[in-house]
Design a protein around this ligand. Structure first.
Ligand code: 9D3
Length: 274
């Protein structure tokens, strides 16, 4: 996978890309990531990348010319070819107005040969970038950031860790709770699938040594070595945590009869006889 990041803060990416999985993926040759400084595609003395909004209003807007000129030498296929799926290339604008980025999209993008991430800044980006240059506009969540750089780092990490060979075998065999994306009710295509350890629920709680820490003991069930009991306890804990922290996920999960009973008991313990 070749990734290109277009930004007015190229130094920002020294941190996130030079550590952990992303760094390893690059060193292993699984990913090549290039950061492009938007100011190098300006022509005036002040290297202007922004301007005032037509129609008035607060703040500044990223100008279209440097962004278009930055992408031109990259040799991408046409927007038409990209949108019809003729080529595995995608140009993504990161903006607060984008569609929400999900694990399902990360899985989809991990299959691409080429991903270009354009980082928005200031009050926004001239809409001709979204309309004529980018294939999609993505946001990483419903909170206000100052620009797309942090979001681009998030998207890059989510994708690179999915590249075959980027993780050790141990970790890649076992995909965490979000493999199923947002759950069947709201996903693009990935329903809860077989690679998802707990079928779209949040993960169960983990413990390690010491067995007692500052007077707080690890749940006894994990110590007794009864694997069937451990499996049931973990499932119940996963259901509990999902109900409390992400009840929206439960809609997209395939619940067994036992799961439903467990959920009833969690929601209303008094309904149980013993
Ligand atoms: C008047 C409303 N504006 C700010 C208070 C809207 C606005 C403009 C520009 C909000 C954020 C930004 C900059 N953010 C991004 O470029 C961005 C972003 C985000 O803010 N949240 C989640 N994902 C992303 S991706 C890019």
């Amino acid at each position: 996978m070749k990734a290109d990041i277009v930004t007015i803060f190229p130094d920002f990416f020294r941190g996130p890309l030079d550590h952990g999985i992303t760094r390893r993926a690059v060193e292993m040759g699984l990913a090549k990531i290039e950061v492009h400084d938007l100011r190098q595609f300006t022509h005036d003395r002040h290297r202007t990348v922004d301007d005032r909004p037509f129609g008035g209003g607060e703040g500044m807007v990223l100008k279209p010319e440097p962004i278009f000129e930055c992408l031109e030498p990259l040799g991408l296929a046409s927007r038409e070819q990209r949108s019809t799926g003729t080529v595995k290339e995608s140009v993504i604008l990161l903006s607060a107005q984008g569609e929400r980025f999900t694990q399902a999209m990360a899985l989809e993008l991990a299959e691409f040969e080429r991903v270009v991430l354009i980082c928005g800044r200031y009050e926004g980006v001239d809409e001709r970038v979204a309309g004529y240059l980018a294939d999609r506009e993505l946001s990483i969540g419903d909170y206000v950031l100052s620009g797309g750089e942090l979001a681009a780092a998030v998207v890059i990490e989510a994708i690179t860790r999915l590249l075959p060979g980027a993780l050790g075998n141990e970790a890649s065999a076992r995909q965490e709770s979000f493999t199923a994306g947002g759950g069947a009710a709201e996903t693009e295509k990935a329903g809860p699938d077989s690679t998802c350890s707990s079928g779209g629920l949040l993960d169960y709680p983990h413990y390690t040594r010491p067995a007692e820490f500052r007077g707080i003991a690890v749940p006894k069930v994990l110590i007794n070595g009864n694997h069937e009991e451990i499996r049931r306890w973990r499932r119940e804990q996963a259901l509990k945590k999902t109900l409390r922290n992400r009840p929206d996920l439960l809609k997209g999960v395939n619940l067994s009869g036992e799961d439903r009973k467990t959920l009833e008991r969690i929601k209303d313990p008094s309904s149980m006889s013993s």
